[in-house]
Design a protein around this ligand. Structure first.
Ligand code: ZN
Length: 500
C-alpha cells in the first residue's frame, strides 16, 4: 500500500476568446463540481465520468491510501487569469507539502490550459510538482483527448495517460488506466518517455472517434499500448490555442527506449499518412437550411445541426442566434434549439410563470460581432431549476447546476434557455424541461462533437454548421502568431501528405 496524493485542475483554453477564466469560474459548479479541497474531493467526483473519479475507484481497489489535494475545472474560455492559476497551483502544492512523505502523485489535468503568463500551464504545474517531490517519486497525469502535449509535460511527469474517445465517454476509464500505470510504477518499473509533435492542426469537428480516420487510428494506437510500453497517447490536440505546443502529438512511456520511440514514430507516421482524411466538411447557414427544406426527417430521427462555432465546450458562450434566427425566418417547423445561455430571459420566464407570454430579446449577450438577439414574443412552455443529473454516455452522473431554466416557444420553434452556459451534449438538458429531443424534426445544438454520444444514434443526418460564434471551426481562419515554425493550420487536402 502506497500513499498517493490525488488532485486535479482542468481548463481547455481557447486563446482567441476574450473572456478569461477567473478564480470564481473554478469555484462554481457546472456539470462537474466546483473547486473542492480536502476529503470532500472524493465524494464530489464519485460516480461521474471524470478521470479523478475513475482513478479513485481503481486506486482504492489496488489498496492504496489516497490523500486528497484539490480538484477544480471551469468551462473552456480564454486565458486562465494569473490570479486563478497561481492560487489554485499554490493550493495543490501547499496540500502536497502538508501531506509529507508521499509515495506518488496523480493529477487530473486537461493538457491545453494556457494562463495569462504561461503558454504551457499544465507543464508548469507538473514542473512545480516534480520540483517539490523530487526525481524518484512517480507523478502520473491523465490528460484530455484535446491535450496539446508539451516537452515539459512529458519530461516532468513520469507517465501521461490520455482519453481515447471523442465524444469523451472514457474519461473515468482513463483515470482508472492512470491508476494501473501508477501501480506499475510503484512496483518499481523504470520508464523513459518519448514525444513526437505532428505539424498540422486538426479541426475539432474532424476529430470524432466515431468516424474515420480517428476511429481506426485510435484503435491502432490502443493496440500498440502493450508491454514494454506502460502508456501510449495519441492526442489530436486543441487547435484554438496560439501557443508553440498547439497541435497533435504522440507520446509513450515504457521501459524499453527503442520500442517506445519506434512505436511513437510508427503511430505518428500513420497519422501523417492519413492527414488528408481530416479535411473539414462545413455547411453555411444557407446550405443547412436548404438541406432541411429539401428532405424531411423520418419520425423519431431528427436532422441535427451542430452549431459548432458557439460550442461552450470549446470557448463559445452558447448565446449566438444566427442559426436560430435563420430557421425562424425560413419558417422551418419542429425545431428544438439550445441550450441558450441567457440568465435575464430565464429570470423573466420564471417571473411570468408557465403558460405566460413574454417579450424578450433573446441571446446575443456576449457581443459576438454581427450577432443580434431574437426579438420576439415567446410562450413560456416549461420551467426548471437547472438541477438534474446527466444520463448520456458523456455527462453520465454529472450533477448539473445550470441555474433557472426555461423552454420558450416561438413560431413552431422551441428554445431551451439556461442561466449558465453548458454544451448541449446530454438529452437530460432538454428532458429537464419535459420534452423529448427525438420528437422533433430538427435539433440545433450548441456542441461540436460531444452531442454525438447521446444524440448520434437518433440522428437521421448531422450537419456541422458554420454560424457566427467565437469558436472558429476552421483553424486556418484563426490569426495565429505563436505556432512553432512549419506548423500548418489545416490538414493537407491532397491525396497524400506533403511529407511524401
Ligand atoms: Zn476534450
Amino acid at each position: 500500500m502506497a500513499r498517493v496524493a490525488v488532485g486535479g485542475f482542468q481548463h481547455e483554453t481557447n486563446t482567441f476568446s476574450p473572456i478569461k477564466a477567473a478564480y470564481a469560474d473554478f469555484e462554481a459548479p457546472d456539470a462537474w463540481p466546483g473547486l473542492t479541497r480536502g476529503g470532500a474531493l472524493f465524494d464530489a467526483v464519485a460516480g461521474m465520468n471524470l478521470p479523478a473519479a475513475g482513478f479513485v475507484q481503481e486506486a482504492r481497489g489496488l489498496h492504496h491510501e489516497l490523500l486528497p489535494l484539490s480538484w477544480c475545472s471551469a468551462q473552456p474560455s480564454g486565458h486562465v487569469t494569473r490570479d486563478a492559476f497561481e492560487r489554485i497551483a499554490a493550493m495543490l502544492l501547499d496540500d502536497l507539502r502538508a501531506h509529507g512523505g508521499i509515495d506518488a502523485v496523480y493529477l487530473d489535468l486537461h493538457g491545453a490550459m494556457v494562463a495569462e503568463h504561461l503558454d504551457d500551464a499544465d507543464g508548469e504545474i507538473l514542473r512545480r510538482v516534480r520540483d517539490l517531490v523530487g526525481a524518484g517519486v512517480p507523478v502520473v497525469a491523465s490528460l484530455d483527448f484535446h491535450a496539446n502535449i508539451s516537452r515539459q509535460m512529458a519530461r516532468c511527469a513520469t507517465a501521461l495517460v490520455s482519453y481515447r474517445t471523442y465524444p469523451h465517454v472514457d474519461m473515468a476509464d482513463c483515470g482508472a488506466r492512470a491508476a494501473r500505470v501508477l501501480h506499475d510504477l510503484l512496483r518499481g518499473t523504470q520508464v523513459a518517455s518519448y514525444l513526437e509533435q505532428v505539424d498540422f492542426l486538426i479541426p475539432l469537428t474532424s476529430q470524432s472517434t466515431l468516424a474515420e480516420p480517428l476511429q481506426s487510428l485510435m484503435r491502432e494506437a490502443e493496440s500498440a499500448e502493450r508491454p514494454p510500453l506502460l502508456s501510449l497517447c495519441l492526442a489530436p490536440g486543441f487547435p484554438a490555442a496560439d501557443v508553440a505546443d498547439c497541435g497533435p502529438s504522440v507520446y509513450a512511456c515504457g521501459s524499453d527506449v527503442f520500442v517506445l520511440t519506434t512505436t511513437v514514430r510508427q503511430v505518428a507516421g500513420e497519422l501523417r499518412r492519413r492527414e488528408h482524411e481530416f479535411a473539414l466538411e462545413l455547411y453555411t447557414i444557407e446550405q443547412a437550411v436548404a438541406e432541411l427544406t429539401r428532405v424531411d426527417a423520418p419520425r423519431g430521427h431528427p436532422i441535427i445541426l451542430a452549431d459548432t462555432q458557439d460550442n461552450p465546450g470549446a470557448g463559445g458562450n452558447a448565446d449566438t442566434m444566427g442559426l436560430i434566427k435563420a430557421l425562424v425566418a425560413r419558417g422551418v417547423r419542429g425545431v428544438l434549439a439550445g441550450v441558450i445561455c441567457d440568465p435575464d430571459a430565464a429570470a423573466r420566464a420564471h417571473a411570468a410563470g408557465e403558460g405566460a407570454r413574454i417579450e424578450v430579446r433573446l441571446g446575443a449577450r456576449s457581443g459576438t460581432i454581427g450577432d443580434t438577439p431574437l426579438d420576439a414574443s415567446f410562450k413560456v412552455a416549461a420551467l426548471g431549476d437547472g438541477r438534474f443529473t446527466g444520463t448520456g454516455p458523456f455527462y453520465h452522473g454529472a450533477r448539473f447546476e445550470l441555474g433557472p431554466m426555461a423552454l420558450l416557444e416561438v413560431d413552431g420553434m422551441r428554445i431551451a434557455v439556461a442561466s449558465r452556459k453548458q454544451q448541449a451534449a446530454d438529452q437530460a438538458m432538454f428532458r429537464h424541461l419535459r420534452i423529448e429531443p427525438a420528437d422533433h424534426a430538427v435539433l440545433a445544438l450548441k456542441s461540436s462533437v460531444h452531442f454525438r454520444a447521446d444524440f448520434g444514434s437518433m440522428a437521421s443526418r448531422i450537419l456541422v454548421v458554420e454560424a457566427p460564434g467565437p469558436n472558429i471551426a476552421n483553424p486556418a481562419k484563426l490569426p495565429f502568431t505563436r505556432l512553432r515554425p512549419g506548423m500548418r493550420t489545416s490538414p493537407w487536402r491532397g491525396s497524400s501528405s506533403p511529407h511524401r
